[in-house]
Design a protein around this ligand. Structure first.
Ligand code: GAL
Length: 344
């Protein structure tokens, strides 16, 4: 690797004392602080889930520094605002500044080669998170990793939330009593691995569990609450009394859907289910207002990123001590968040 971490000399002057007319030599104790530089590039800082990971990362670093005296972790977080070109330039700058590690939430996951080649040439380790490049790209460079969650597992847990409710209390989901759930789906960005896999596997999971379903409509709201609101608003007029459940690829869209239903006073007619486990949705689930969500704990994602910082930038031991799957993947498990019995 190209450079070593920066050392900051901190001179601590000991108080001098005057003894028998002679000035005792002032003692100078010197402690050294080692600084590591981490470049964090996010696809869009307005994304609620991503900004929560970044916020927790800040907290984790703060705690880490408290328990590792002499280590200072400097992070520079940059936002690509949805532009891959912009993100490539941001990475180029991190590389030219010889940062110790890059954490990249790539804009276009099918377009990772430029970033990988640039970081590899410079000998800088690279960890992609949340937006997963294709496998061939991950294995294209020596020190390239992915941190995230298994999209299929999140979809199957979402299917479990729906199936469990349907088995225990079919009337909650099958409002018209025709023996099946009529649903609409709010999808994330169209080429995102989580959109493709979650949309497909939630339906497969329901099929495997023998839950009869019928799709009324679906559309992409790009993970965003405001776009989800606009769509659901339109669906209520377009399909009056037809939709019984809105399956959402993430929680921000679930919140948008729920807000519209609440404004239209039809929360009793339609259920909403999400994925992410953001605090706001967890609270609505506990109040019995949203059917459930899948917890993809952002704090655990931040801790995982910190373990890469610790291993690659601070201890410089590469991936030693990090539990990886398939040599390059750090996957965070998930959990269901469901309503307590009495609120359903
Ligand atoms: C997904 C998450 C979404 C959104 C997206 C961004 O994993 O569920 O809420 O943050 O990542 O890449």
């Amino acid at each position: 690797m190209k450079k070593k971490a920066v050392y900051i000399g901190m001179a601590v002057l000991a108080a001098g004392s005057i003894l028998w007319g002679c000035q005792e030599k002032e003692k100078e104790a010197e402690t050294e602080t080692r600084e590591v530089q981490i470049g964090v590039a996010v696809y869009n800082e307005k994304d609620a889930f991503i900004s929560s990971i970044c916020e927790y990362l800040g907290e984790e670093i703060y705690e880490y520094e408290k328990s590792h005296s002499g280590i200072r972790i400097r992070t520079e977080i940059v936002d690509a605002g949805g532009s891959q070109q912009e993100q490539n330039q941001q990475i180029e700058r991190f590389v030219s500044l010889e940062y110790d590690l890059l954490l990249v939430n790539i804009v276009d996951r099918t377009n990772a080669a430029v970033i990988i080649d640039r970081a590899s040439e410079a000998g800088i380790p690279l960890v992609f998170f949340n937006r997963e490049p294709v496998r061939e790209d991950i294995f294209r460079g020596q020190e390239v990793y992915y941190e995230g969650s298994d999209a299929r597992q999140s979809a199957l847990l979402q299917a479990d939330i729906i199936a469990d409710t349907f088995q225990e209390k079919p009337e909650v989901l099958d409002k018209d009593g025709d023996g099946m759930i009529e649903f609409a789906m709010l999808e994330g960005e169209s080429n995102h691995q989580d959109t493709l896999i979650r949309s497909e596997w939630v339906l497969k999971g329901l099929e495997e569990r023998g839950v009869p379903i019928r799709k009324i409509t679906s559309a992409t709201a790009n993970w965003e609450r405001s776009q989800a609101k606009a769509l659901v608003d339109q669906w209520i007029d377009e399909y009056p009394g037809e939709i019984e459940l809105i399956i959402c690829n993430n929680d921000d869209m679930a919140l948008g859907a729920w807000e519209v239903l609440e404004e239209a006073k039809c929360t009793d007619d339609m259920q909403v289910v999400g994925i992410d486990g953001v605090q706001e949705v967890q609270e609505l689930v506990q109040k019995g207002k949203i059917l459930g969500t899948v917890l993809c704990d952002t704090k655990l994602h931040a801790k995982a990123l910190l373990s890469f910082i610790d291993a690659f930038a601070v201890r410089e031991t590469k991936a030693e001590g990090i539990e990886l799957e398939d040599e390059r993947y750090y996957m965070i498990p998930m959990d269901m968040i469901v309503q307590e019995d009495e609120v359903q």
